[in-house]
Write a protein that binds this ligand. Sequence first.
Ligand SMILES: *Cc1c(COP(=O)(O)O)cnc(C)c1O
Length: 362
Amino acid sequence: MKINVKPSSNPVSPADREKMVAEPGFGKYFTDHMVTAEWNQSSGWSDVNVHAYGPISLDPAAMVFHYGQEIFEGMKAYSQPDGSIALFRPAANGLRFAKSAARITLPELPVDDFVNAVEALVKIDAGWVPRKIGESLYIRPFMIATEVGLGVRPSNKALFAVIATPAAAYFNSAKAVTVWISTEYVRAALGGTGEAKCGGNYAASLLAQQQAAQQGCDQVVWLDAKERRWVEEMGGMNLYFVKGRGKDATIFTPKLTGTLLPGITRDSILTVAQDLGYKVEEGMISTDEWRDGVASGEISEIFACGTAAVIAPVGTAKSAHGTWVTGDGNPGPITMEIRNHLLGVQHGTIADKHGWMKKVSL
Ligand SMILES: *Cc1c(COP(=O)(O)O)cnc(C)c1O
């Protein structure tokens, strides 16, 4: 796909942009440009267009409004010590985006076109990438069904778009997250859409998240749909349990059963933990094992991981059956070591021995 670039005639002034990038928050400011590309059944994908950020005009009967055919990705560009900018594992996001598309019967965008579109946006909006360690440009590719009509069937038209927002370092304010283990609501069941990164999964999760907040918790922990025993994820992040202490510790994460979202951060941590000399294990952990492991001290640290926060320590867990606490509310040493290592690779201060970073040609 060809990329047409039409620079914005009204970009944010450099002085204002500097102010926004210095205090970015998350999803508060969007960059000057966006990417769009259209697809239809008969002629396939059209060119990729990079143009001024702005509203999308759609017919009210566009299918996305009625049956929720939507997928998205979340990925980051990081500033590097030499002043360049690099994306973290963009092809992995592209591949997952294509898999999500297949599940939601949206068209599969070739991975190269996905990565090229993201790169084109980062290139034109390079001035929006924060420079401090932990800060990044968060990139949100998404795709929606745009055919007009109320018939229930796969849309024969789609819109692919990419937007970007400068993002602060999540850890600056991070205390351990408190979690509500929901036994009433589930995120995903086998055969459902749990493996796809689609908006519908999030729409279905909000009530449980609201319930978590009513319980005084920051996030909801999802259990398996069938037995309501096996720990799957936390909100929009994957979970890790540190079993044991020091260099003999095992870094454990729930295995991908078909209902978990296969996180790229989760996958990267399996590798990073081994690089750091830890054993890693993917398996099943029940809520009873969580409670007992914390009580006996066998589970010494728990953290959640995902692109937005990278790593967030998890402390108190609450459920209908009781409350139990891991650690002292601060991130544990192994959580911090893994977090610092991953961030070091992302920011180019630690050798990228797995070829994860893709430099954006500026
Ligand atoms: C996006 C997401 C994750 C984390 O995936 P990353 O690729 O690490 O950002 C985990 N769980 C859910 C439900 C998600 O949507």
